[in-house]
Design a protein around this ligand. Sequence first.
Ligand code: AFD
Ligand code: MN
Ligand code: MN
Length: 426
Amino acid sequence: MRITAEQIQKENESQKEIHGFAFDYLSNTLECQGISVAAIIEQIKAFQVAIPSWALGAGGTRFGRFSFYGEPSTLSQKLEDVGVLHALTKSAGSISLHIPWDVPEDYTAIKEQAKTLGLVFDAVNSNTFQDQKGAKTSYKFGSLSSIDEASRVQAIAHNQEVISIGKKLGSKSITVWLADGANFPGQVNFQTAIQQTEKSLHQIYADLPKDWKMFIEYKPFEPNFYSTVIQDWGTSFMLANSCGKKAYTLVDLGHHLPNTNIEQIVATLMLRGKLGGFHFNDSKYGDDDLTVGSIKPYALFLIFNELVYGMANNPENPSPAWMIDASHNIKDPLEDLLQSLEAILEAYAKALLVDQLALRESQKQQDVVGCQEILQAAYRTDVRPLLAAARAKAGGCLNPIHAYRNLAVRSKLIQERGKHNVASGL
Ligand code: AFD
Ligand code: MN
Ligand code: MN
């Protein structure tokens, strides 16, 4: 199923009056504050977010999974779904594959389909948290960190294979999320586990093409519940530095213990040029993988405030790779992803409104209230008309969720795919 430019045009016709009022009010307000609305719209338009292949179907928890009708069950159908998101928003121009779940059968056809949909392949993700059929050895007690050399060798080879698959698709990065850890005290020697992991990552890194990046993701717990080898940003940062210039830390918003100051982690990593990428989601308690911005929108804005500051002041830090990493257990995955894209761009646009010079001055004056007023003035601005204008300018929809429902996308997908597709997922 594809959404045509004519359909989008018609949708926008129905929304343009209400949008016009809101946009005129906001742009007049911003312009008289000396903010260039045109420049902000261009920055929003340029902001692209990768869609995880595993989030296009219903997710699930260890207690069960409730299939969502019409969900994709082939890589081609996953591309089709991302094509729908990108047609509506023009901000979802890439897909992140998970190997071996998404190994293409026909690379030429898949690349052709992606090209037609205006999509590129973002980071490829390796999987050493599950045993695959026919595997010679198990990851039950670890992979890259395992005390068992055969498991380490197999896990390293898998990551090297993931890089070779990514190269064929034009991807330029690999994300290593290492689930290794322990469930009980005494189960592993912490130092040996780190040393083995470091050695394994070095072998993978040696295979990295010169124009690639390796993102090392961290997570405090789950699936292991006593310890995780790459447990926090400091461990990831240490390993990325040990590997070399092309290795970076990847921050997944759900991978922090409650109340962690994530924006401070972001600022610290950018200062050292080692913030490689982001997995956007939201959480109340753990790695809940809920819709980004749905629980802690102000925290998301504060993170973007540091990102916008870092992108302007830390030239040695590459522009981070933006990706959603969420699991949709009860919502239509595509509607959830449309909401996620809106929340990310909203936080980004609000952060662009922060008067950084005035903030710096208030900090110098130790004017705490003044600092807070500057941040909250930006955060309290309803920037949705700017997002809509950026989408429309790029050929997308003023109101993507409204269009998605008006065009009956989900029921068309059910007609085409039937009711009980079961997609792979985490
Ligand atoms: C799980 C992990 C981690 C990883 C993702 C894809 O918690 O976030 O990035 O799977 O492998 O969500
Ligand atoms: Mn993640
Ligand atoms: Mn996660």
